[in-house]
Design a protein. Sequence first.
Length: 348
Amino acid sequence: MADQAWRRVLKDSLTSVTQLADLFDFDPQPLLAVEAQYPLKITPHYLNLIETVGDPIWKQCVPDPLELTHDGLIDPLGEENLSPVPAVIHRYPDRAIFLVSGSCAGYCRFCTRKRKVGCPGLALSFKELRQGIDYIAATPQIRDVIFSGGDPLVLADSVLEDLLARIHQIPHVEVMRIGTRVPVTLPQRITEELSVLLKKYHPLYINTHFNHPRELTAPAAAACARLADAGIVLGNQTVLLRGVNDQPQVLLELFRGLLKMRVRPYYLHHMDLVQGAGHFRTPVSVGLKIMYHLRGRVSGLALPYYVIDLPGGKGKVPLVPNSVRRRGDTLIIRTAAGEDVEYPDLPA
Ligand SMILES: *Cc1c(COP(=O)(O)O)cnc(C)c1O
Ligand code: SF4
């Protein structure tokens, strides 16, 4: 029953630039070519968060002619080469991504998988999902399966449960994770029924995807509380986005707010070299400066790792503001307050 309610809300999403242009009274013409290449979907909840044209919510969900610039990599993380079967990305020995859904509740303009997410004809078939399960079952090194896509939580409860149950019963899989932006864009989807279902598949971790403090709404907080009450450990992955959240004050408010919602900031991702999303990139120095600013100002629990995911499938590497210099056996360490303090190290 409740399954139907959120589906109805999702169906009411805005999916064309002409609808958008009517609503905000602008000329849709320059956006038609963008829409033809990269799909548009904005849920009623997320649409309501827009306060003004061009604000941080708008930038994340409304197409921009800059998306047609050829300035990046179609597959920035080399994922296609790391896919033994279409539904699995296997880069690290002990972890694998299981692509269970080709669509999302809303489309983020900066998405790393914008080459395929939401594109008609690229959704995975049941046969491909079965192949994915078979690959994971036949690969004993895999201990951690990350459900991703697309967004796994746009699947119907019955489909999601079937997939979770099949992976859960593989003896070498020790934990499962779900990556989802649904608590941000479609919080109604986190129903009581869903949390009862998920609770059966512990240990289960969920990583949400909040990027801006204005996304921390009361319905989003209620969705996270429901998941946390089901014993699910919640983390958050934020993407550092130019003009959206590339200010220390914005991320400070976001990370503090997440902690209050029982969500632990996990990663701050440096923006990938995605084709069609170059306008969201910042210099790495911006991210490092923000991390330096946050250290000492917020609870250590509110501090994510700032990571860069290297092109060609080379993986994630944490970037840390450099605070250590050496003079002989003496280390000179810069404190959060900016003071240099000497520390007598042992000879190596
Ligand atoms: C990010 C990622 C993971 C998960 O990495 P963690 O650091 O364990 O969160 C796994 N596989 C791929 C391909 C990834 O990009
Ligand atoms: S929810 Fe995730 S997968 Fe979907 S468009 Fe946004 S970033 Fe991409």
